[in-house]
Structures are given as structure tokens and as C-alpha cells.
Design a protein around this ligand. Structure first.
Ligand SMILES: *Cc1c(COP(=O)(O)O)cnc(C)c1O
Length: 379
């Protein structure tokens, strides 16, 4: 029998330490491992870039949470994205990315991969016909986020998995926004999942990390080769912190989602808000697909300020509990202006976001306090 999600989050990869009985996996702060004879390793470890037991515990847990076979941890979400992209595409290949992709992913592809002769086409993740029309003979990867950042568009993962199979491409899902708790893309037919564990998986805004999870042995072997060869690995303390955060993922995501739903409803009634973007709202264009493929609708809410850019910027500066900061997914609430902050690097491109957009990462504080804070800031 497969254990439930919350059980896996607490136990997968985390058996009590066989040497000491330590219930929590120790922080194995070592770069190297004593060998019992030349080439005779005691527990399969030789050097900590290649492998470290604390990292192994995290990797096994992350794989279990995505219902995948192989988990590979990285020093950041971008390091995971980089290793995965470089293992999937070669010069002359083409990939399709969201037309509102995470800014850092766009920058890596647009500024670095194109230098190496890789081509890309941005397409809306919620429009399968547009994605199909963008497929070329040299397309290798359909890269999607759902919900997208910061516009909260929804991709139909099962439908895109079908399209990937028909076109001999690989479906990659950046599952950072949903987290493994709300959505498991591999079970819907995706080939690979990538995470910034910095966000919900770690969940406490205290560690940067990334991960790749897949059940495809070939992809896992290629990514593991780059993980060891390029070496963008998390240290044992970072792996331990992430694993500690993951234990409460299920409970946190329930509360994030409940609080965000309340806030989305309240914003919708507010005269200074012209539009609320939240997949949990019944009139959101992706609502039905999100309801079918996600457990709940997550903790990110974006909205358009009715009075334009300066008013949107002002709201971000006026909150008391919502901290003005980039990033998302921690227990504390954050607010930001994507146009000038997280998405400044896509200004002037096809991925530019509306200037009156505000994004909130709803934390797990008391929702009444959060509501009061946000409504006061809106005036
Ligand atoms: C933050 C983020 C990343 C990048 O992860 P880092 O850990 O910051 O390197 C990638 N994708 C999404 C959707 C993100 O939110």
C-alpha cells in the first residue's frame, strides 16, 4: 500500500539513522567518506558533490511526494532548471515556454541557451491549440508552469501530456507554484517535474534550493550526470532545512489555500480592484481544469489595481503584515509589484506583465488580520 501524502512527507527517505537511532536524518557535514579498501565504499558514498546522505534523504522524499522514481536536489530552482534544460536540448533544438514564464527561466533561455543555438517560442499555457501550432520538427520540450507566475493561468496537464506524446516532445512542468501537495504532474502524464524548493516545498523563506523529479531513467541519468559534473548541489544543511520544511507541506498548503480563497473573494468586492486572478474563483478561465488537477487552488493571488501602476506600487508599500519582498511560498505573507520587481527582466518582451498588477503570496497567519491589512492598504 502506498502511504498518503502527509505520511510520505514525514517518513519517505527518513528512516531513523541505523548507527545512532536519530529520528531525524543527521546533517552529514562532510566532503568525503572513509573507504574500507581501495574502491570499497561503506555505504555508496565517496565525495559529497556526487552524493551526501542528508541530500539522499531529501531526494528520496521529493521523489515520493511527486510519485516519481528519481529525485535530484540542486542548490537553487534555477540550477535545477539549468541542468534539466541542458540535459534535454542540444544546439538546433527548439522549445516552447509559457508566454508568462517565471522571469528567471525566461532569462536563462533567452540570454544563455539561445547563445548555444537553442530556439524557443513563447505560447500561452492555457491555449493548447496555440501550443500545438508552435510545435516544429525540432521541438524537443514543452515547458509549462501551472498556475503561472504571476498571472495564474492554468494549463491542462493531461491534455498537454497527450500532445507531447503525439509530437515526440517532452512535457516538463515547473510545479513550484502548486507544490507537490496540490498537484502531481507525473501522475497526469508529464515526463519531468522541476521545483524551486525555495518556495512552498521549503516553506519558511530560509533556504534556496531546487529539484528535478522524474520516472524516466534516461532523463534521471542525464540530469544526475550534470548534477555531479557541473556540481550545483545543495549543502547538507540546506538539504536538511528543506527536508524539515517539507514535513509540514500538507498542513501548510491547506491553510495557504484557505486563506488565499478568502482574500481573493474579498478583493473581488473591492472598488479599487478591477480584476482578481485566482484559479479558485469560479469565473477564472482555468477554474474547471484547476479543480480537476489540483487538490486546492494554492496561496498566490494576483490583482489589477483600478487606478493603474502608481496606485499598485503604493499598495505594496502600505501593508503592515504583508512584507514587501520578492519570492513566495513561505509561512509569512508577502506582497510585490511584478512589473518592477520579479518580472522586471521581461519588460519590453512578449512576456511583459501588466503594470497595475500586484501579486500576494498569502501566508498562514490569521486570515482576518491579513484581510484587514490588505483592505486598509487599498484604502
Ligand atoms: C523562484 C522560481 C524559480 C527559480 O527558483 P530559485 O530557487 O529562485 O532559483 C523557478 N520557477 C518558479 C515558478 C519560481 O517561482
Amino acid at each position: 500500500m502506498t502511504d498518503g501524502f502527509a505520511t510520505r512527507a514525514i517518513h519517505a527517505g527518513q528512516q531513523p539513522d541505523s548507527a545512532t537511532g536519530s529520528v531525524i536524518p543527521p546533517i552529514h557535514a562532510t566532503s568525503t567518506y572513509a573507504q574500507d579498501g581501495v574502491g570499497n565504499q561503506r555505504a555508496g558514498y565517496e565525495y559529497s558533490r556526487t552524493g551526501n546522505p542528508t541530500r539522499t534523504a531529501l531526494e528520496e522524499c521529493l521523489a515520493a511526494l511527486e510519485s516519481g522514481e528519481y529525485g535530484l536536489a540542486f542548490s537553487s530552482g534555477m540550477a535545477a532548471t539549468d541542468a534539466l534544460l541542458r540535459s534535454l536540448v542540444r544546439p538546433g533544438d527548439h522549445l516552447i515556454i509559457p508566454d508568462d514564464a517565471y522571469g528567471g527561466t525566461f532569462r536563462l533561455i533567452d540570454k544563455v541557451l539561445t547563445e548555444w543555438g537553442v530556439e524557443y517560442t513563447p505560447a500561452p499555457v492555457s491555449d493548447p491549440d496555440a501550443i500545438r501550432a508552435a510545435v516544429r520538427p525540432n521541438t524537443r520540450v514543452l515547458w509549462v508552469e501551472t498556475p503561472t507566475n504571476p498571472l495564474l493561468n492554468i494549463a491542462d496537464l493531461a491534455g498537454l501530456a497527450q500532445l507531447a506524446a503525439e509530437t515526440s516532445t517532452r512535457l516538463v512542468v515547473d510545479n513550484t507554484f502548486a507544490s507537490s501537495y496540490l498537484q502531481q504532474p507525473l501522475t497526469l502524464g508529464a515526463d519531468v517535474v522541476v521545483h524551486s524548493t525555495t518556495k512552498y516545498m521549503g516553506g519558511h523563506s530560509d533556504v534556496v534550493g531546487g529539484a528535478v523529479v522524474t520516472s524516466d531513467e534516461r532523463i534521471a541519468t542525464d540530469v544526475a550526470f550534470l548534477q555531479n559534473t557541473a556540481g550545483a548541489v545543495p549543502g547538507p544543511f540546506d538539504a536538511w532545512l528543506t527536508l524539515r520544511g517539507v514535513k509540514t507541506l500538507a498542513a501548510r498548503m491547506e491553510q495557504h489555500s484557505a486563506n488565499a480563497a478568502r482574500i481573493a473573494e474579498a478583493l473581488r468586492e473591492h472598488p479599487k480592484v478591477s480584476r482578481v486572478l485566482y484559479p479558485g474563483l469560479p469565473d477564472h478561465p482555468g477554474h474547471e481544469i484547476a479543480a480537476a488537477q489540483m487538490r486546492r487552488f494554492g496561496g498566490i493571488v494576483s490583482f489589477l489595481h483600478a487606478d493603474g501602476e502608481e496606485a499598485a506600487v503604493d499598495v505594496c508599500a502600505r501593508t503592515r503584515l504583508f512584507t514587501l519582498a520578492e519570492s513566495l511560498g513561505g509561512v509569512e505573507s508577502l506582497i510585490e509589484h511584478p512589473g518592477r520587481m520579479t518580472h522586471a527582466s521581461v519588460a519590453g518582451s512578449q512576456l511583459q506583465v501588466p503594470s497595475e498588477l500586484v501579486r500576494v503570496s498569502v501566508g498562514i497567519e490569521d486570515v482576518d488580520d491579513l484581510l484587514e491589512d490588505l483592505l486598509t492598504a487599498l484604502g
